[in-house]
Design a protein around this ligand. Structure first.
Ligand code: CA
Length: 400
């Protein structure tokens, strides 16, 4: 009896050992999962506990991260000059002083596209910006414009992995007189991106805006998409933000969204332009259609957007007395080239009635472009090619 018990205990221990080994192996093999990075919310206490000490040059003082320069863990309720720190994603965040940076190594899939989401707040009145990079990709996000009156905004950025191991670096490139001035960072997350297939009846890629960066379920302010001119490396597949200011990706958990779970709120007036180059056949007629709505965030009306398709442009007002939170609108255009630009911006600079300094605007969703003459469906290139094949086959068949 005792022998059998000992055997079964040994067996259990052996099974446990095997199980834990396989977990270790699995962890080593697997690339990074979507969501928060290791200690991406800075809530894991350093070995000496949370304190007011500046971390300085010591490495690995913040669990999961390497730091360089004046990097400081800050706590909610702490004073920053006359301001009391509010940290939306918990109670701790990290402040980057002059020329300071934090970084984390990520195991990723070589060649894949990833987006990084992070929250940032500026602390002093000066021009502040944040450099986000996964070398050789790099971008500097301007934190000058505060889009929400809470002082915190979330941003998304994308990179293509050049290697299986990459290093994400968040750096304050500033050189202020007060070395403790500098952006505060929180909630750093990652998401592997998929470029959705172009639907047969729509020339717009990701026209319903459902594929995009990681959104925290508790993220109530949406995610800002800053300037990004590279259509291959964008946190919103298919789309670029070609203006100096950002547009905001919103979700149906916190906002009114016309279709699916995500849409775009045009929050920067004429300075926030989202666009896409769609495949077209020259001289063919097309229709651009989209949903225009309100986000349900007490945005003060009027709400209107300007839509562009090729050389056509038209403004559309959201009719506020309708029962629907959105309307369909559209325009016809004739393609002049094999690629046609479609673009949108907000006609007005809107702010919220309940938070006067928070920017808001009309909602855009469900963007479609299809041919209205000469072809049955969009996908004009493939259809044209198909037609050629049929014609050639017929001619060839007749010749025989
Ligand atoms: Ca949508």
């Amino acid at each position: 009896m005792a022998g059998r018990l000992a055997t079964s205990k040994m067996f259990s221990a052996f099974t446990l050992l095997l199980a834990s080994l396989s977990v270790v192996v699995a962890e080593e093999d697997s690339t990074i999962q979507d969501g928060l990075l290791v200690n991406g919310d800075f809530e894991t206490a350093p070995s000496g506990g949370f304190s007011d000490d500046v971390l300085g040059e010591r490495e690995a003082s913040i669990p999961g991260w390497k730091s360089n320069g004046t990097v400081e863990l800050v706590s909610s309720g702490e004073k920053q000059g006359a301001m009391i720190l509010i940290i939306p994603g918990g109670t701790h965040a990290v402040r980057l002083g002059n020329d300071a940076e934090i970084s984390q190594e990520l195991k990723v899939e070589k060649g894949a596209l990833y987006s990084i989401t992070f929250s940032a707040a500026r602390t002093c009145a000066q021009l502040e910006s944040l450099n986000v990079s996964v070398p050789p990709s790099s971008s500097t996000v301007d934190l000058q414009t505060v889009y929400s009156d809470q002082g915190w905004d979330s941003y998304a950025w994308a990179f293509e992995a050049q290697d299986g191991h990459v290093r994400l670096v968040l750096k304050n490139p500033g050189m202020e007189e007060d070395p403790t001035c500098g952006p505060i960072i929180d909630d750093v997350a990652i998401k592997k991106m998929f470029t959705p297939d172009r639907p047969k009846d729509n020339a717009v890629l990701n026209g319903n805006l459902e594929e995009g960066p990681w959104l925290f379920r508790n993220e109530s302010l949406g995610i800002l998409l800053p300037t990004n001119l590279d259509e291959e490396t964008t946190p919103l597949p298919g789309w670029i933000v070609e203006s100096n200011r950002a547009v905001r990706l919103i979700d149906s958990y916190h906002f009114t969204v016309p279709e699916g779970k995500r849409a775009i709120e045009l929050v920067s007036g004429k300075e926030g332009i989202i666009s896409q180059m769609v495949e077209t056949t020259p001289k063919k007629q097309y229709t651009l259609s989209f949903s225009l709505g309100r986000a349900g965030d007490s945005c003060r009306e009027p709400l209107a957007l300007m839509a562009f398709a090729g050389d056509q442009a038209q403004s559309y007002h959201y009719i506020s007395d309708s029962n629907s939170p959105f309307q369909r609108a559209g325009l016809n255009f004739t393609a002049k080239a094999e690629r046609t630009r479609i673009a949108f911006y907000s006609v007005y600079y809107n702010t919220r009635a309940d938070h006067m300094s928070s920017l808001c605007g009309p909602v855009l969703d469900d963007v479609k472009v299809w041919a209205t003459s000469g072809s049955i469906r969009i996908g004009p290139v493939s259809f044209g090619f198909g037609l050629c094949v049929v014609v050639v086959a017929l001619v060839f068949g007749v010749g025989l």
